[in-house]
Write a protein that binds this ligand. Structure first.
Ligand SMILES: NC(=O)c1ccc[n+]([C@@H]2O[C@H](COP(=O)([O-])OP(=O)(O)OC[C@H]3O[C@@H](n4cnc5c(N)ncnc54)[C@H](O)[C@@H]3O)[C@@H](O)[C@H]2O)c1
Length: 320
């Protein structure tokens, strides 16, 4: 297949692109290499991808249709073409202070993608949604048919909006799409703004760990290779219009996540318990039975195995 993959220099995009390239697909990456977190990490991921003959990258912005068209011109259209749309402004907390960025990048940007999928006759679209769409849903574990009308963050709102945009483009223009609600993804080459990375930095620099929600939060942590297997299955199955949860299949206490990290790093950190942050939810738990059935999704990596893999990479990358 030929795949246009947005967010190729990002955490999940990089791992997905590497998997697709390894199995022989042609990948056109698209990313604006923005400065939301250390761009050196994005360059490092991109450098690895550029080592593959079947990869090329367009540096451009989702908001700029002309730049996007350069990538779609390379992709073309037809049954064996896909768009894997993972570029977005992420981060629940960042969205509270920068609402415009999120509306422009995530809502306008995704509309540009959908419009071009229609124009070029692309075979199918797989895009990143998020567990944040569940907002203040109190039914647990979260299931795809639960109500998602009450997101608690601007970020979650934009992801819910993406699902609605995709639905409309399917109904109006027959653009096939699969939305994937990711649950807290972690692993090597991860995102420096996310908890695991922050905790690792604080521990290694002898700084206290800011633990929000007084340490009582729970998350369905998902190892990146498991997420990639779900994304690739969605690209291959290419359903008409579906939304799936992709979680780790087990809900963990945040403090178990912290102690597993400390064990892997061989060092403990001082704990600074803090109240819940606005926009955050106490617990996320994914019902993954729909993905198990329709995508043959089978997450295999428990945090006791995944966190040491992250630490191994972290130590090597930062020369710790
Ligand atoms: N990591 C998680 O736990 C998680 C959870 C739920 C959903 N998601 C979603 O998965 C996707 C990938 O997340 P990630 O963790 O890899 O994030 P990331 O920030 O590492 O990757 C996103 C990439 O998109 C690029 N980008 C952002 N805005 C752009 C724009 N306007 N034009 C072009 N490129 C742009 C960034 O430069 C970055 O490289 C995102 O859509 C995110 O919202 C991630």
């Amino acid at each position: 297949m030929k795949i246009l993959l947005t967010g190729s220099a990002g955490f999940i995009g990089f791992h997905t692109a590497a998997h697709l390239l390894e199995r022989g697909d042609t990948v056109i990456g698209f990313d604006n290499f923005n400065q939301y977190y250390d761009p050196k990490l994005k360059d490092a991921r991109n450098e690895i991808l550029e080592g593959y003959d079947n990869f090329q990258v367009i540096r451009g912005d989702l908001k700029n249709v002309d730049e996007l068209k350069k990538a779609f011109d390379l992709l073309g259209g037809g049954d064996d073409t896909r768009v894997c749309h993972l570029a977005a402004q992420a981060g629940v907390r960042h969205s509270i202070e920068n609402p415009d960025e999120f509306v422009q990048d995530n809502i306008q940007g995704t509309n540009n993608i959908l419009e071009l999928c229609k124009e070029y006759g692309v075979g199918g679209l797989t895009y990143a949604s998020s567990s944040s769409v569940y907002g203040d849903n109190t039914e647990s574990p979260f299931r795809e048919d639960h109500k998602t009308d009450n997101p608690l963050s601007l970020y979650g709102m934009t992801k819910k909006c993406n699902e609605l945009q995709a639905y409309t483009y399917y109904k109006l223009h027959n653009v096939k799409s699969t939305g994937l609600r990711f649950f807290t993804v972690y692993g090597p080459y991860g995102r420096p703004d996310m908890a695991l990375f922050l905790f690792a930095n604080w521990i290694m620099n002898d700084k206290p760990l800011n633990i929000f929600g007084e340490g009582k939060m729970q998350r369905d942590f998902t190892y990146v290779e498991d997420i990639v297997s779900g994304i690739v299955a969605a690209l291959d199955k290419n359903y008409d219009y579906e939304v799936f949860n992709l979680g780790g299949g087990k809900t963990e206490e945040l403090m178990d996540y912290v102690t597993t990290l400390e064990k892997a790093l061989g060092k403990e950190g001082e704990r600074n318990f803090m109240p819940m942050q606005p926009g955050d939810v106490v617990s996320t738990s994914a019902d993954i039975s729909k993905a198990q059935k329709m995508l043959e999704y089978d997450p295999k990596t428990h945090i006791s195995e995944g966190i040491p893999k992250f630490v191994e990479w972290y130590k090597e990358y930062y020369g710790v």
